[in-house]
Ligand binder design. Structure first.
Ligand SMILES: C[S@@+](CC[C@H](N)C(=O)[O-])C[C@H]1O[C@@H](n2cnc3c(N)ncnc32)[C@H](O)[C@@H]1O
Ligand code: SF4
Length: 378
C-alpha cells in the first residue's frame, strides 16, 4: 500500500556553513567564519536560481521545502523567511507544505527555534547523533548530551513535527548503551527518527584515521546485529521503518520531502553542490549546481543532463527498494529483470500487486540485492 499517493514536488535548499567540520562528514560544507556579505549574496543567488528553475519546471504543486546542509539552523531567520516566501510565490503551494530545516542541538541554536518557526519552518530535523558524551566527543560534535535533550524539548515546544538524527555502529560501541539511547529518544515523544550506521566516507578525517590504522570501523557482523536491534527497538516503541534508516510514528510523520526522492518524483536542488531531478519535455533531467560558493554566486558551471530510460529505472530500483512501499514493477521495465532472478532472491524480495519490495530478511543485505537485480537486468 502506498501512503499519500498524490504527486510530490520538493525544493531542497543547501546551506553549506557549519560551526565546525565533523570528522565523518563528506557533505559540501565549510567552516562558518562570519562571511556575512557572502551569505547575503548566496541568498540572492539561491532566489535567482529558483526563479530560473521555475521557468524550466513550469507550474507545479509544491509539497515540501527542505533546508539542509551544512547547518541551516545558523541562517538568519529573516533569510529563511525570504527563501520560503520566494519558493511559495514561484510554485503553487499544496494545502500543507512540509518545511523542514536541519539543526544542530547547541544551546545557541535552540534559542533561535522560535524565530525559525515564525519564519515558516514546521518540521525540525535535529542532529542529536548520540546521547553519550564520549561518543559525541568521538564524533567531533560541538554539543553534549544534555544540550541535545534540552534542544529536543525546545524543538517540541516550537515545532509541530520533530525528527532526530542518530549515528550508531561506532567503533567498539556497546549495544546496551546504544539501546539505552534509543529508549531515551523514543521517550521524548518525537515523531521521527533517522538512525544511520556510521559510514567511513572517502576524504574525511575518519577515512584518513582508518587508513593510518588509528580507527577501526565496527566489523560487519556486530554492525548487522546493531541494525537488527535498532529496527526491533524502534518498532516496539511505535515507529514504522518506512525506509531502511528512517522510522516514523504513523504515516503522517513520514518525511514528505524524502519520500519525493525515494519515489522518483521531481525536486529542485538549489544552493552550492545541490542535486535535483526535473522532468521537462517529457524527459527526466539530473541537475547539479556548482559546488564552490563563489562559482554558485557567480553562476559559473552547473549542469542539467537528460537521463536515459535505463538510468531512470536503475535509480527507481536503488531508491524505491529502500522504502517499505517499494517500487512499481512497471517502473523497472527498462531493466528487463528476469522472473528467474526474482525467484532466485525469493524470501529477500517479493512482487505483490505489481510492486517490488524487500522483505524484513532482505533489508540487512539491501545493497547486495540491488546489485543482483541491476546486474541481471542489464
Ligand atoms: C547533512 S547532515 C547534517 C545535519 C546537521 N548539520 C547536523 O550535523 O546535525 C545529516 C545527517 O547525516 C548523518 N550523517 C552524515 N555523515 C554521516 C556518516 N558518515 N555516517 C553516518 N551518518 C552520517 C548525520 O546523522 C547527520 O545528522
Ligand atoms: S555533520 Fe552536520 S555539522 Fe557536522 S560537518 Fe556535516 S553538516 Fe556540518
Amino acid at each position: 500500500m502506498i501512503s499519500d499517493p498524490s504527486p510530490g514536488f520538493g525544493v531542497y535548499i543547501h546551506w553549506p556553513y557549519c560551526a565546525r567540520i565533523c570528522p565523518y562528514c563528506d557533505f559540501n560544507v565549510l567552516r562558518d567564519r562570519g562571511r556575512e556579505t557572502e551569505k547575503a549574496e548566496l541568498v540572492d543567488a539561491i532566489i535567482a536560481d529558483l526563479t530560473a528553475t521555475r521557468a524550466l519546471s513550469g507550474p507545479r504543486r509544491l509539497t515540501s521545502i527542505f533546508f539542509g546542509g551544512g547547518t541551516p539552523s545558523l541562517m538568519e531567520p529573516a533569510q529563511v523567511a525570504r527563501l520560503i516566501a520566494a519558493t511559495r510565490a514561484l510554485w503553487t503551494p499544496a494545502a500543507v507544505v512540509e518545511i523542514s530545516l536541519e539543526a544542530n542541538p547547541t544551546d545557541a541554536e535552540a534559542a533561535r527555534f522560535a524565530a525559525l518557526a515564525a519564519a515558516g519552518v514546521n518540521r525540525l530535523s535535529l542532529g542529536v547523533q548520540s546521547l553519550q558524551d564520549h561518543a559525541l566527543r568521538f564524533l567531533g560534535r560541538n554539543h553534549d548530551a544534555d544540550a541535545a535533550i534540552t534542544a529536543i524539548a525546545s524543538a517540541q515546544k516550537n515545532f509541530d513535527r520533530v525528527s532526530v538524527d542518530l549515528i550508531y555502529a561506532l567503533p567498539g560501541q556497546d549495544l546496551e548503551i546504544w539501546a539505552d539511547d534509543l529508549t531515551r529518544i523514543a521517550a521524548t515523544g518525537v515523531e521521527h527518527v533517522s538512525a544511520y550506521q556510521l559510514t567511513i566516507e572517502t576524504g574525511t578525517a575518519f577515512h584518513r584515521a582508518a587508513r593510518r590504522g588509528t580507527l577501526s570501523p565496527m566489523p560487519i557482523d556486530p554492525a548487522a546485529d546493531a541494525y537488527a536491534m535498532t529496527q526491533n527497538m524502534l518498532e516496539r516503541a511505535g515507529f514504522d521503518a518506512y525506509e531502511i534508516s528512517n522510522h516514523a510514528r504513523g504515516v503522517t510523520a513520514r518525511s514528505r520531502h524524502n519520500l519525493t526522492y525515494w519515489r522518483g518524483e521531481d525536486y529542485v536542488g538549489v544552493g552550492p553542490g545541490a542535486h535535483g531531478r526535473l522532468t521537462r519535455g517529457g524527459r527526466r533531467h539530473a541537475t547539479l549546481t556548482p559546488r564552490r560558493i563563489a562559482d554558485y554566486i557567480g553562476g559559473v558551471g552547473g549542469s542539467s543532463e537528460p537521463m536515459s530510460t535505463g538510468d531512470v529505472a536503475s535509480e527507481r530500483l536503488l531508491m524505491g527498494l529502500r522504502t517499505s512501499e517499494g517500487v512499481a514493477w512497471s517502473d523497472l521495465s527498462a531493466l528487463k529483470i528476469p522472473a528467474a532472478q526474482l525467484a532466485h532472491l525469493s524470501g529477500f524480495v517479493e512482487l505483490v500487486d505489481g510492486r517490488l519490495t524487500v522483505t524484513r530478511q532482505g533489508r540487512p543485505v539491501l545493497d547486495y540485492l540491488i546489485g543482483e537485480l541491476a546486474a541481471r537486468g542489464a
